[in-house]
Design a protein. Sequence first.
Length: 162
Amino acid sequence: MDLALTIEPMTHADLQAVTAIERESFRDPWSLHSFQTEIETNRLALYLVGRIKDEVVAYIGAWIVLKEIHITTLAVSKSWRRRGIASQMVGALVEMTGPRGAACLTLEVRPSNTAARQFYEKLGFAVMGRRRHYYADEDALIMTKNNLTAPEEAGKGEGHEQ
Ligand SMILES: CC(C)(COP(=O)(O)OP(=O)(O)OC[C@H]1O[C@@H](n2cnc3c(N)ncnc32)[C@H](O)[C@@H]1OP(=O)(O)O)[C@@H](O)C(=O)NCCC(=O)NCCS
């Protein structure tokens, strides 16, 4: 679907909308202050929002460390899911870090978060390991996508595997 999604760096003015999506998306949501610290003081961080008209509908955050893009958060407003927005957010993230020459994407995901796992699998991520007790109530799976040869490939699906 051709949505008029504008993707740009997250600013302080976006934080209320971002934390509203955060609260409806995660059982252990980050505070507004956590996002603020990331965008204002973490020089390794890149946080983006996706907007349709003036509404913030999605966001993604990452730490860029050497050749690795570590996705710290990604969420789409409930009413805007399954329209390719998260895929576009990942693609934009890779594109914007392109000059820094990132070679792989990695993240932690709850084993119980089947929607997110299926989403990342569709983008070509694979489970590479497990971090014990990463969350208060659950381990985390480490998912990675290597060989980011062409930035524009990151946001494209690679076919259903299930
Ligand atoms: C996971 C999430 C970011 C996906 O956002 P989205 O914009 O709906 O994803 P897309 O529309 O780009 O999905 C692309 C593909 O991923 C897969 N996918 C996405 N959501 C899925 C779901 N709920 N169940 C199964 N597969 C799913 C599908 O293959 C989908 O393609 P299709 O719609 O053509 O079948 C969104 O569900 C979300 O915000 N969840 C809550 C927060 C979260 O869990 N974030 C991830 C933390 S690691």
